[in-house]
Design a protein around this ligand. Structure first.
Ligand code: NAP
Length: 250
């Protein structure tokens, strides 16, 4: 699937699913801008792509902050050019029993996981509208599809991502810009590994009870993103492409 001549912004692209997606889109020919709060890892990831001949940059961007997003986009425009592909991937998890969820905790999860969709997409979509071609791919979660105890804020934010995707897809349907979402099941990333603690996720248990008897690999999600970013997916919009090894079948 050739993405030659396209530029992609991957939020949270320094780690896990975002890192694998940055690498996959680059392999398919896209220029890649990695936006992440983890500047050192983002720089390392971009530098590795550059050594392979990819046009890649890293920007320290907190996706819940419009000023930082605008500064990141200015750099992308200056160093890569207009953006045709946006992977809204950055996210944080939270395992708080419902009665202990604070307003601050709720707002933080909503800002990073959901408000970021508004801010990053609003920033980048004008480039896509000008080109009459674009791909917005939002990473949601199977936790929103299936529900997840001790994850009310997280699951609600990801449910919002799915509803956001469907609504924006309809609003942009006639413009050449598609908007889809990918809800991963359990994927072996630093986020999942750091969740393997009392009150979190028992990764070995998840693997044992999953229909495929293994957690997902970041590359599994990256492949779905690459497909949705491709020319072949041009008639798909508002879709939820579940990549979960059978954890949740709608
Ligand atoms: P990860 O390994 O923690 O990677 C996420 C990256 O995003 C990290 O580099 C993180 O930096 C960065 N980040 C966090 N907050 C940010 C912010 N405000 N602005 C910019 N970057 C930020 O997580 P992952 O497992 O790859 O998850 C990627 C996405 O998939 C998330 O949206 C997550 O909710 C979703 N997801 C994951 C799973 C799973 O099982 N792994 C399942 C369902 C959905 P720091 O490390 O410095 O915080």
């Amino acid at each position: 699937m050739s993405l030659v001549g396209k530029n992609a912004v991957v939020t949270g692209g320094a780690s896990g699913i975002g890192l694998a997606t940055s690498q996959r889109l680059a392999r398919d020919g896209a220029g890649v801008a990695i936006w992440d709060v983890n500047e050192a890892d983002a720089q390392r990831a971009a530098a590795e792509l550059v050594t392979k001949g990819v046009r890649a940059i890293a920007c320290r961007v907190d996706v819940s902050q419009r000023v930082q997003i605008n500064a990141g986009l200015e750099r992308v425009h200056a160093e890569l050019g207009p953006v045709q592909i946006l992977i809204n991937n950055a996210g944080i998890t939270d395992f708080t029993p419902f009665l202990e969820v604070t307003e601050e905790g709720w707002d933080r999860v909503m800002s990073v996981n959901l408000k970021s969709m508004l801010l990053c997409t609003q920033a980048v979509v004008p480039d896509m509208l000008a080109a009459g071609w674009g791909r917005v791919i939002n990473i949601s979660s199977s936790s929103a599809q299936a529900g997840s105890a001790r994850m009310t804020a997280y699951a609600a934010s990801k449910g919002g991502v799915i509803a956001f995707t469907k609504s924006l897809a309809l609003e942009l349907a006639a413009t050449g810009v598609t908007v889809n979402n990918v809800p991963p099941g359990f994927v072996d990333t630093p986020m999942l590994r750091s969740s393997d603690r009392p009150g979190g996720i028992n990764v070995a248990g998840v693997a044992a009870t999953s229909p495929m008897k293994r957690p997902g690999r970041p590359e599994d999600i990256a492949a779905a993103c690459a497909f949705l970013a491709s020319e072949d997916a041009g008639y798909i919009t508002g879709h939820t492409l579940s990549v979960n090894g059978g954890r949740y079948i709608a």
